[in-house]
Design a binder for this molecule. Structure first.
Ligand SMILES: [Zn+2]
Length: 385
């Protein structure tokens, strides 16, 4: 029992006394004596807090501050019940509504969140927003996080719009992602018109959103219009070279379906104009040469000189491996071994990295599972060395 007392009562009491000493010299003549510690009955927390306030001469005026401090301490130690009792006492304090009530609401929201009572937590966050409290931006961030967890994207859009207005800071980037989430949900249900409308809303919020254009391409492809999809994919890839490795295969797939060499030629001309000498475009050019019966080796060799990447080296080895010259030089086995080693390296390497927190997932996430930021995960460069 002494252990329990030390853990739940004496420790916070000691901390609170430290707080009181820091604020004011301890007054030996202060009213009251320390309440007797009965090893069989832990001291009621409300009584303990009042005693500290009286004993240190802080009086009722500073009681809410002490209650907030101790409440947070109890919550950090996992005793949410005590935290809630203390924070509710602050709200009930008759004289301190203006000074401490919003802080108490904020803490109660965190308490209930920790207790898993999300409805009550949400209610306090909303009170802070409605009251235009100084805690409103932080409360809105929490409400946004709750909406994201529940995949309630229209609600997330509402909160983010309100946050933009309160902070005077654009939230267009994350709002565009919420519209993209709506578009993806609609696409899963094959509701193409709803999906396209949402993807276009995403683009209207953030015209630089690669994801919004990429999605429009996916929707058009699902609707059976690969030719229009190519245009959207190209316009997405033109915005940011980091997406080329994902978008080039999608463009190739669409062009193969349409079987229109002019469409492919125009698409790659546009991409090359925007991202000249991008390794993935050089690899695509080599593959195209091969497809039309031309030798792709000069293109691959030029690419390796310009920007050696695993992708280009793999394509180069795949090209030379079956050639008679390689066999005559006794290099076929070596080329095959190197090719296989590169493939194994690709399988074991982390494919993506969050630019915000450094998390390295194997797949792309639009929202980082680690730091919850939107649009921060990108492919790791394929560069050798
Ligand atoms: Zn992250």
């Amino acid at each position: 029992m002494i252990d329990a007392l030390a853990q739940w009562t004496l420790l916070p009491l000691g901390m609170a006394l430290g707080w009181a000493f820091a604020r004011k010299a301890f007054n030996n003549n202060a009213a009251g004596q320390p309440p007797p510690i009965d090893a069989g009955t832990p001291m009621p927390i409300d009584q303990s807090v009042r005693w500290i306030a009286e004993a240190t001469g802080e009086g009722e005026g500073n009681l809410p501050e002490l209650q907030l401090l101790l409440g947070n301490f109890f919550r950090k130690r996992g005793n949410v019940e005590h935290a809630i009792r203390l924070h509710e006492a602050v709200l009930a304090h008759p004289d301190d509504a203006a000074r401490h009530a919003d802080a108490a609401r904020f803490e109660l929201a965190v308490d209930y969140q920790q207790a898993g009572l999300l409805d009550r937590s949400e209610q306090y966050w909303m009170e802070l927003v409605e009251g235009r409290s100084p805690f409103a931006p932080a409360a809105l961030e929490e409400l946004i996080a709750l909406a994201e967890q529940g995949q309630d994207w229209p609600q997330a859009i509402t909160w983010a719009t309100q946050l933009a207005s309160i902070k005077g800071q654009s939230q267009a980037d994350r709002i565009a992602h919420y519209h993209c989430q709506r578009a993806e949900q609609a696409l899963t249900r094959s509701e193409f018109d709803v999906a396209m409308k949402a993807a276009k809303q995403a683009q209207s919020h953030d015209n630089g959103s690669v994801r919004a254009r990429w999605l429009q391409g996916q929707i058009l492809l699902r609707q059976g219009d690969p030719s229009a999809a190519v245009t959207r994919y190209v316009s997405a890839a033109e915005l940011d070279a980091r997406f080329l490795e994902d978008l080039v295969p999608a463009i190739e797939e669409c062009c193969a379906r349409v079987d229109d060499p002019a469409l492919r030629a125009q698409a790659f001309e546009d991409l090359n104009a925007m991202h000249p000498q991008a390794p993935v475009l050089i690899a695509a050019a080599a593959a195209q040469k091969r497809a039309v019966g031309e030798d792709p080796l000069p293109t691959l060799t030029r690419g390796l000189k310009l920007a050696p990447t695993r992708g280009l080296l793999k394509a180069f080895l795949a090209e030379i491996e079956p050639r008679p010259e390689t066999e005559s030089m006794g290099m076929r086995a070596s080329a095959a071994a190197m090719h296989a080693a590169l493939e194994r390296l690709e399988q074991s390497a982390a494919g993506y990295r969050c630019e915000h927190c450094g998390f390295t997932p194997r797949n792309r996430f639009w929202q980082c599972p680690s730091c919850r930021q939107w649009g921060t995960i990108h492919r790791l460069p394929d560069q050798i060395g």
